[in-house]
Design a protein. Structure first.
Length: 225
C-alpha cells in the first residue's frame, strides 16, 4: 500500500496540490508526504497558487489590504480638513501652502522645506505653528553648511536664533568641506549654508495637500496623496 500512496502523492503534487491536501486525501502524515514529493518540481504558476492559498499568507495579505485601506481613509479625512481650512482664505494659510507647493519636499508622510533664505523659512515656520498647530517638539532642523566662512557652531546658533527653535531641534549637520582647488575659500558661498525644516507627521502634510487641492482645483497625485 505504501508504494501506491507514494506514487499517488507524486501524481497529486505534479497537479499542484499542497502537502496538506495530499496528506488529507491519502490519510498519511504531512511529514511522509514532504519526503515523497521533495523531488517533484512545481511550475511558477503552481507555486504562486499554493502561496496564495496558504492561510498564513492570505491572512497577511488581508491584513495588509485592511491597513492600506484604513491609511487611505485617514489621509482623505485629513485632506478634507485641509480643504475646509482653505475655504476660510486666511492669508498666512494661503502663503504657507503656496510656499510649500513651490519649495517644499513632496512626501506622503512628512512636510519638509530646504532653503538658504531665513525670512522664507521663518514664514513657513510661522505657517506650521499658527495654521497647522505644529509644536517645537515636532520640528526638526538639519543644516548643510560650509566651514570656510563660519564654523558649524556659528551656523547652528545663527539658524536656531533666526527660527526661535531650541537646540534639541537640531539634527546632525552635514558639512561640505572646502576642496584644495578652491584654495581655502569659495566664491559666493552661503555663509551659514542651507537649512531644512522637517515635520514628520502624515496629518500635517495631508492637510496641506488637501488645501492645495482646494486652492488649485485639482485632484492630486496618487503617489503622495
Amino acid at each position: 500500500m505504501k508504494p501506491e500512496k507514494q506514487k499517488a502523492a507524486r501524481r497529486l503534487r505534479k497537479q499542484g496540490c499542497s502537502v496538506r491536501e495530499i496528506a488529507a486525501r491519502l490519510e498519511v502524515s504531512r511529514g511522509s508526504v514532504s519526503r515523497w514529493v521533495r523531488a517533484v518540481p512545481l511550475t511558477s504558476d503552481q507555486q504562486r497558487v499554493l502561496k496564495l492559498r496558504n492561510p498564513a499568507v492570505t491572512g497577511h495579505l488581508a491584513g495588509a489590504e485592511t491597513n492600506k485601506r484604513k491609511g487611505e481613509e485617514r489621509r482623505e479625512k485629513w485632506r478634507q480638513e485641509g480643504r475646509l481650512q482653505a475655504k476660510e482664505a486666511d492669508w498666512l494659510h494661503v502663503a504657507g501652502c503656496m510656499l510649500y507647493w513651490g519649495e517644499g519636499d513632496k512626501s506622503r508622510n512628512m512636510a519638509g522645506m530646504s532653503n538658504s533664505d531665513p525670512e522664507l523659512l521663518k514664514l513657513f515656520l510661522r505657517f506650521l505653528k499658527e495654521c497647522m498647530g505644529v509644536e517645537d517638539a515636532n520640528i526638526s532642523v538639519r543644516l548643510h553648511v560650509y566651514t570656510d566662512r563660519a564654523s558649524v557652531e556659528e551656523s547652528e546658533a545663527f539658524w536656531l536664533k533666526i527660527l526661535g527653535l531650541p537646540p534639541k531641534s537640531l539634527r546632525k549637520t552635514v558639512v561640505n568641506n572646502v576642496s584644495r582647488a578652491s584654495k581655502g575659500k569659495r566664491k559666493r558661498s552661503l555663509k551659514h549654508g542651507t537649512c531644512r525644516l522637517l515635520v514628520t507627521k502624515t496629518e500635517i502634510v495631508q492637510k496641506i495637500y488637501g488645501a492645495l487641492q482646494e486652492y488649485g482645483a485639482f485632484q492630486g497625485n496618487d503617489s503622495i496623496f
